[in-house]
Design a protein around this ligand. Structure first.
Ligand SMILES: Nc1ncnc2c1ncn2[C@@H]1O[C@H](COP(=O)(O)OP(=O)(O)OP(=O)(O)O)[C@@H](O)[C@H]1O
Ligand SMILES: O=c1ccn([C@@H]2O[C@H](COP(=O)(O)O)[C@@H](O)[C@H]2O)c(=O)[nH]1
Ligand SMILES: [Mg+2]
Length: 208
C-alpha cells in the first residue's frame, strides 16, 4: 500500500486511484480490554494494531513540541485535538506497509470521527465495541500496573465521564448505520476472544 494520507478509490470517470485500506475502529470504555483483544486479533487475522493512546504516549516521549499539551490532556482524561491524533494515525498507517488496521481508542468524540472521515476519506468496515460495566473496568485499571499516569482513581472517573458523554455518541452514530459489533467484555479474556473471532471470521462489509 502507498500513501493513506487521503485514501481513494476508482472514480466514476474510470481514473484508477488507490485502494482504500480496511479500518476497524475498536472502541469501549477505559479498561474494557481493547488493547488485550487487539493483540489477539493481530496474531490471528493479520491486522496492524494502532492504539491512538499509545501513539500519543510515544509522541510525549519523543520530545515533540506537542508533548506537554498531550501529557496534560492525558492526565486530565481529556481528548487531544483531532488534528494531532489524526496526523499520528496517518503516519503510522503509512509506515506499517499493511492495508488492514485496528484503530484502538479512536474516534473518541464526534469531532474526531468527522475529521478522520473528512481528512482520510475512510469509513470503518465496522466498529468493534467492548461493553463492560464501570466497576469491572475500574478494577482492571487499578490493577494494570503499567505505570500509566492516568490509571489513578481520580483520572479514571474523569475518563469514564468523557467516555459516556463524548465517546458513546460515536458508537451510537455507527450503530445507526448498522456498523457496530458489540461484545460482552466482562468475561475471561479467552471467552471474549471467542466472540471476537466469530466477528472477524464473518464477512464484514468493506469500507466505503
Ligand atoms: N477479559 C478480561 N478479564 C480480566 N482482565 C482483563 C480482561 N481484558 C483485559 N484485562 C486486563 O485489564 C487491563 C486493561 O486491559 P487493556 O489494557 O486491554 O484495556 P484497554 O481497553 O486497552 O484500556 P485503555 O482504554 O485504558 O487503554 C489489563 O491489565 C488487562 O490485562
Ligand atoms: O484518540 C485519542 C486517544 C487517546 N487520547 C488520550 O489518551 C488517553 C489514554 O487513551 P487510551 O485509549 O486509554 O490509551 C485518553 O484518556 C485521552 O486523554 C486522546 O485524547 N485521543
Ligand atoms: Mg488500551
Amino acid at each position: 500500500m502507498g500513501t493513506v494520507v487521503e485514501a481513494t478509490n476508482q472514480g466514476e470517470n474510470g481514473n484508477v486511484t488507490e485502494q482504500k485500506p480496511t479500518v476497524v475502529f475498536v472502541l469501549g470504555g477505559p479498561g474494557s480490554g481493547k488493547g488485550t483483544q487487539c493483540a489477539n486479533i493481530v496474531e490471528n487475522f493479520g491486522y496492524t494494531h494502532l492504539s491512538a493512546g499509545d501513539l500519543l504516549r510515544a509522541e510525549i516521549k519523543s520530545g515533540s513540541e506537542n508533548g506537554t499539551m498531550i501529557q496534560n490532556m492525558i492526565k486530565e482524561g481529556k481528548i487531544v485535538p483531532s488534528e494531532v491524533t489524526i496526523k499520528l494515525l496517518q503516519k503510522a498507517m503509512q509506515e506499517s506497509g499493511n492495508d488492514k488496521f485496528l484503530i484502538d481508542g479512536f474516534p473518541r468524540n464526534e469531532e474526531n470521527r468527522a475529521a478522520f472521515e473528512e481528512v482520510t476519506k475512510i469509513e470503518p468496515a465496522f466498529v468493534l465495541y467492548f461493553d463492560c460495566p464501570d466497576e469491572e473496568m475500574e478494577r482492571r485499571l487499578l490493577n494494570r500496573n503499567q505505570g500509566r499516569e492516568d490509571d489513578n482513581i481520580e483520572t479514571i472517573r474523569k475518563r469514564f465521564k468523557v467516555f459516556m458523554d463524548s465517546s458513546l455518541p460515536v458508537i451510537n452514530y455507527y450503530d445507526a448505520k448498522g456498523k457496530v459489533r458489540k461484545i460482552e467484555a466482562a468475561r475471561p479474556i479467552n471467552e471474549v476472544f471467542e466472540s471476537v473471532k466469530a466477528i472477524f471470521s464473518t464477512k464484514n462489509e468493506k469500507a466505503d
